[in-house]
Write a protein that binds this ligand. Structure first.
Ligand code: NAD
Length: 356
């Protein structure tokens, strides 16, 4: 029986949520994570704490492997061993920061692009009919969203109400001829490869292009994990540097639970070579100014911020995803967490960890 789920990045935000979710459905989860996040972002970024939590919570249903996804032979050997027992692959291990990628472009590309190819080949050889889910990013659209005719409001930028993408940007936006950042480019390579293994080899692959993914499993670091880092800074009274766009840049945020329930919907009724934009959409989005106001209200603490009048290279000034395509294919799926609910949960989950 194909009752095994292989999850890469299993100690990370999306990986760990996937492990819990599918183990709770009675599946056996095989996780792959080498804590490379601590290499990328230092001690704050390490996901070891999350792995410890996971192994004690999930127990026997979870088996951990420290394999580096750049280790092609290691992955192939694991897939060969599990073989036809594999019923689902969730590939969420990555170098996730566009700022970091410019420091070590080879490492970024080897992890994001070549690591994904290693996973696809292992799956094609040993579990070609298992749905293969890949966590891509809205950074594949590069800085094209910054060409939208945005208008400035008191606390955020906005698209005019009559604009075709006011409700959210869909998958029709071009990913070509735009500034991606080195990270965006390595994710484009992976994104297109995952689509190709669907179209060319007829494997049930899906690309989920995330906006801001978030949840209590995030190891909040300055270079990655927007809402978690906002809450951490307010709770620890750390200074938060806002880079550019007057603190009015807009992000949509999707809770890891809502994303993984979308994975489950795809797993139950897989399709081939699909691409979905995935984010909080109009239901769950905020600017920096709005996020800090909500975090201050929840904690009763003033935020400490300063402003650097230089946006990060390639950063989106405004991004709200349209999830219409996914909802059309999977009408039973719904978003359940909005920004205040996400921040409140982070506050409650980290009372003992994030202290001033
Ligand atoms: N968090 C976001 O806002 C966001 C937004 C869009 C897309 N994504 C994408 O979603 C995916 C998951 O993101 P996340 O927020 O859960 O990231 P995360 O950093 O929390 O988790 C990724 C995990 O992968 C592990 N990892 C990294 N390199 C590895 C390697 N070479 N071998 C084995 N394990 C390795 C890390 O140690 C980490 O535990 C990534 O592909 C990311 O690009 C994230």
């Amino acid at each position: 029986m194909s009752n095994v789920v292989v999850v890469t990045g299993s100690a990370g935000l999306i990986g760990s949520e996937s492990v819990r979710h599918f183990a709770a459905l009675g599946m056996d989860v095989v996780g792959i994570d080498n804590d490379m996040r601590s290499y990328f972002f230092g001690k704050d970024g390490s996901t070891r704490w999350n792995l410890d939590r996971l192994t004690s919570e999930v127990g026997d249903r979870y088996t951990h492997h420290e394999i580096d996804i750049r280790d092609r032979d290691g992955l192939a050997a694991l897939f060969a061993k599990l073989g036809k027992n594999i019923g689902l692959v969730i590939h969420a291990a990555a170098q996730p920061s566009h700022d970091w990628a410019a420091k070590e472009p080879f490492t970024d590309f080897d992890v994001n692009a070549v690591g994904t190819l290693n996973m696809l080949e292992a799956a094609r050889a040993h579990a070609p009919s298992a749905p293969f889910i890949f966590t891509s990013t809205n950074k594949v659209y590069g800085d094209t969203p910054n060409r939208l005719p945005l208008i400035e409001q008191e606390t955020r930028y906005e698209l005019p109400a009559d604009h075709q993408w006011h409700g959210g940007i869909d998958e029709e936006m071009s990913i070509d001829q735009t500034l991606h950042s080195v990270f965006g480019a390595s994710k484009v390579a992976a994104d297109v490869l995952v689509q190709e293994y669907g179209r060319y080899f007829d494997m049930p692959t899906a690309v989920f292009r995330g906006g801001t993914l978030t949840g209590p499993g995030h190891s909040a670091a300055e270079l990655h994990g927007f809402l978690a880092y906002v809450m951490r800074c307010v709770m620890e009274q750390r200074l938060y540097h806002i880079y550019g766009y007057k603190g009015k840049m807009v992000r949509d945020a999707i809770h890891s639970h809502d994303l993984v329930s979308a994975f489950e919907a795809f797993y139950r009724a897989p399709r081939v070579a699909e691409v979905y934009n995935m984010g909080g959409g109009r239901f769950s989005n905020c600017s920096h100014i709005e996020a800090f106001a909500i975090a201050s209200e929840i904690t009763g603490l003033e935020a400490r911020t300063d402003y650097v009048d230089q946006a990060r290279t390639g950063d989106h000034q405004w991004w709200i995803s349209s999830t219409a395509r996914f909802e059309q294919h999977y009408p039973e799926w719904k978003l359940t967490y909005d920004v205040p609910a996400i921040l409140r949960e982070m506050y409650e989950a980290n009372q003992d960890v994030w202290k001033a």
